[in-house]
Design a protein around this ligand. Sequence first.
Ligand code: FAD
Length: 470
Amino acid sequence: MNDTPVLLWLRRDFRFHDHEAMAAAAKTGAPVIPVFIHDDQVEALGAAAKWRLSLAVEAFAESLAEKGSKLILRKGDSLKVLQALIEEIGAGAVYWSRRYDKPGRDTDTEVKSTLSEAGIEAKSFIGHLLFEPWTVETKTGGPYKVYTPYWNAVKGTDIPPEVKTVSELRVPNTWPESKKLDDWTMGAAMRRGAEIVAKHVNVGERAAQSRLSNFLRDRLSDYKTQRDVPASGGTSGLSENLTYGEISPRTIWHAGYHKMAEGNQGAETFLKELVWREFAWHLFFHWPDMAERNWREEWNGFDWRRDNNDAEAWRRGMTGEPFVDAAMREMYVTGTMHNRARMIVASYLSKHLMTDWRVGLRWFEDCLIDWDPASNAMGWQWVAGPGPDATPYFRVFNPETQLEKFDKDGRYRKDFIAEGQANPSETATDYFEAIPESWQLSPDQDYPERLIGLKEGRARALAAYEQHKG
Ligand code: FAD
């Protein structure tokens, strides 16, 4: 029997089902030591994402304990921590699921080469995607820049079946020392907001699985029409779980595909949305500075406003534009925001308020529990204009007409705007409990006046655009 322990390095893959790295580690027959490292990348996370990650780690540690195993927690530089652990326990191998962001890839490459040189088996497996970015190429070679051809290229791919759930991991004779999650205070930057957002999270693999099956059973058929209505609860909510690998995209894909084969009307649209996430990672892999730089260079000289008081009102959900404010407050209260609302607030900030899209991108990064660097960067660049396959700059979402279309009954506004309501909903008043006290906002105040008229804002943006184009 192989008694030399294998380290299973977990990052964003907190599940037992369809986990190639874990299944391979279990298959060696050796003792498996699952480890999570609080490194610089974890340290750099936004407030909500860092807090939500700690919940994922906590839940997964509990699931491992139910199986008689344990999650070892360490803090520091990943390579140094792994080297120290290898030394302590005499591990012969480190297995992990691949990452696709640049800093993650750089770290993993260094870890792989250093450990391999030292005679340690360093093995990586497919990570949080269906299609690893380098496996999809245009006919002439090179990456896709437009979604539809990308979708056409991947839709017929034979996606491998899910890997069976790992039910048991062999334990070592002695466990290495583990740090305490609580000591890391990963929720500190959330301040009092954590208690409010905690009401809305769905943490862990079991929660993710039931979210998927409930969605497929109750909402998939109407997905095509309801997915754009923010108050309808018509989408899956799975982005939260995908972000932490509590469910694999392959599980979602196969379940959706099965429904499509049964003739479910919403299934193809749903799969297409799932593939938008793949496309985002495809772009982000090939253009790793997409969160910092305009994808189209001709945008570099555009006269965006830097951070400003209007942007601060936007962050606080106090623009006087009900769709925008409801959405910004939804994010503060629940840690997520409906996709249509994300498009509207992004358009409003970058066009009506003429503010640099990166100001908004960073706020999302700080507030979203489903923060995903690729989807966030693609989303912002797509709406603002500089992105590949972007919506043209002259397409300015009108938040008022969007409300008439997608919040006919006013439910979304009622859910998140308390001012002027006799009996405001819990989510609407929770906003005022979640925000920093220093903002000094109260539901009893009057709802703010508009920052700028919609026509006026649109005209200002279009004029700046025309001038820029020369
Ligand atoms: P569903 O409608 O149930 O879709 C299923 C899955 O498909 C989602 O979980 C998601 O993984 C994927 N998906 C759906 N729409 C998109 C899309 N437009 N782009 C990429 N993937 C998509 N998504 C994130 O996960 N994290 C982010 O940080 C993020 N930031 C965004 C910023 C902006 C400005 C915009 C416009 C969009 C952003 N999105 C982001 C994409 C999208 O809004 C969310 O994925 C979606 O709202 C998640 O809700 P859901 O899981 O209920 O989606």
